[in-house]
Design a binder for this molecule. Structure first.
Ligand code: AMP
Ligand code: MG
Length: 479
């Protein structure tokens, strides 16, 4: 069976200084872990073909399929606020792009595909843990309806990757509307390469924002999509963990699942990432960090914005200032839905903040609190339910002003609040089993996360908060 991937590669047609052309480095003994059949189908790829030895060879980087134009993308970025003029795909190779059945163009990228000119000290590889983690996290995010990169497939390499100990190597086939980041713009802006900036801007507008007429329109549109994205992260208790400018996608998708995590017991300053010593990327700091990243993006676009430098700065500044009210609107919409409110009142944001404060004070489980609003079990998600009971009266009074039937409201609440999120201890459990050759926990977790709004026995079991000894307090980059 020959594998046919209907490639149509627009990024590879950009100037040479945007990337380095190179093929993935072959691995010793590729073996299939999983193919995302529904996604393959949506991309116009035969899922069965991906599972054949020929397909697995492609997914592992041992064969370059017809039509692929493999390359590593160049980018730069601010990492934890510090400037890195040269980053780029150090362990990922873009095979090419396909236009899916929905008409949307997407990248297919192999993550863990070997060294590139951008690898610096790294080995260009990934181990099984982060590959399965990204698979679970990104597919869970997709099922929650939040824009994200996707997992098309995962393979093992038959090679050992050296981290804190020898670990099994793996490759993730990742799909994104594009892998263009704020850092891609920074790469050219920092080199004062206005021609490249113009070319990149035209490419991004054509690809992601055809409604934008000017670079300023593009800035505005990216700010809007990113504001909506991070508001939705906040609504599911997601902490990205490494919101560097090279991990902020221009498409408005969640990208680069490293030490990310969903909150179990709510606290606004929660940090899981082992490398985030000062809480720069804590849960409640995400909107502030995002606007900082967007300000970097705005700075990159200055040479392209109409008028003289002062006028360009004024227009870009105004766009960035627009972030705060736009984010606030998005956030309020997200939480209004989570509270089962179909109408809008001025006090709604304060009501939602009141619940979050009660959750922090009462040490409540994030997901189970909101899910519990649907069936009256929210108080049970609190270690100390007193703050919840103090808050509840205001919510009930607010609901009474809506006039919806209790049944309608319960249905709306259950549709807005998932029964399950990918819990850190369950992810760790699935990875540990997979390292021992048992993929069942991974498969089961993945299947359950695909329907996060359904209360099945598996959702109840896998969605249960960790027992005191099972809590995962730190997550790792896994590079
Ligand atoms: P990340 O923190 O995963 O977004 O990666 C930041 C930068 O480090 C990117 O340029 C990556 O390509 C690079 N990088 C991360 N891990 C590795 C690795 N194992 N080998 C080579 N480059 C890596
Ligand atoms: Mg990254």
């Amino acid at each position: 069976m020959t594998i046919h991937i209907p490639f149509d590669n627009s990024y590879a047609r950009l100037p040479d200084r945007f990337f380095t052309r190179l093929a993935p480095t072959p691995v010793r003994a590729p073996a299939l872990l999983r193919v995302n059949e529904a996604l393959a189908h949506a991309l116009g790829i035969d899922p069965k073909a991906l599972g054949t030895p020929e397909g697995v060879a492609v997914l592992a980087g041992n064969a370059v399929p017809p039509g692929a134009e493999p390359l590593a993308q160049a980018y730069a970025g601010h990492q934890f606020g510090g400037w890195s003029p040269q980053l780029g795909d150090g362990r990922a190779i873009l095979l090419g792009e396909v236009v899916g059945r929905d008409g949307i163009r997407r990248d297919i990228q192999l993550k863990g595909a070997g060294r590139t000119p951008y690898s610096r000290m790294g080995d260009g590889r990934a181990w099984l843990g982060p590959v399965l983690r990204e698979y679970l996290m990104s597919e869970a995010m997709h099922a929650l309806g939040i824009p994200t990169t996707r997992a098309l497939a995962a393979v093992t390499t038959g090679e050992i990757v050296l981290r804190e100990r020898p670990l099994p190597g793996a490759v993730l086939a990742r799909v994104a509307q594009s892998h263009i980041r704020v850092g891609t713009f920074q790469f050219f802006a920092s080199r004062q390469d206005d021609d490249a900036l113009r070319t990149l801007t035209d490419h991004v507008i054509a690809r992601h924002y055809p409604e934008a007429d000017t670079p300023l329109d593009l800035l505005d549109a990216v700010i809007g999509r990113q504001a909506a994205l991070v508001a939705r992260w906040m609504g599911v208790g997601f902490i990205h963990g490494v919101m560097n400018t090279d991990n902020t996608a221009i498409s408005g998708e969640t990208i680069d699942y490293g030490p990310c995590a969903f909150i179990d017991t709510y606290h606004p300053e929660t940090v899981y990432s082992s490398i985030d010593h000062y809480g720069r990327y804590a849960y409640n700091r995400q909107p502030d960090i995002l606007v900082w990243n967007l300000a970097q993006f705005a700075t990159c676009l200055l040479p392209l914005i109409e008028g003289d430098r002062a006028q360009a700065i004024e227009a870009a500044t105004e766009a960035v200032h627009g972030f705060a009210p736009r984010f606030q609107t998005e956030w309020t919409q997200v939480f209004r839905r989570k509270l089962g409110l179909a109408t809008a009142e001025d006090g709604d944001a304060a009501l939602a903040h009141g619940l979050l404060e009660a959750m922090a004070a009462g040490r409540a489980d994030f997901t189970l609190t909101f899910r519990g609003l649907a069936d009256g079990s929210a108080a049970a998600a609190f270690a100390d339910p007193a703050p919840y009971h103090a808050w509840e009266g205001g919510w009930i009074a607010r609901l009474a002003r809506e006039g919806a039937t209790p049944e309608t409201r319960a249905t709306a609440l259950a549709a807005a609040n998932p029964a399950i999120h990918p819990r850190n201890h369950r992810i760790e459990e699935a990875i540990a089993a997979a390292v021992d050759g048992d993929l069942d926990p991974f498969e089961r977790l993945l299947a359950t996360l695909a329907h996060p709004f359904e209360t099945t026995p598996d959702a109840r079991r896998l969605g249960h908060p960790p027992a005191p000894g099972d809590e995962v307090r730190q997550t790792f980059c896994g590079t």
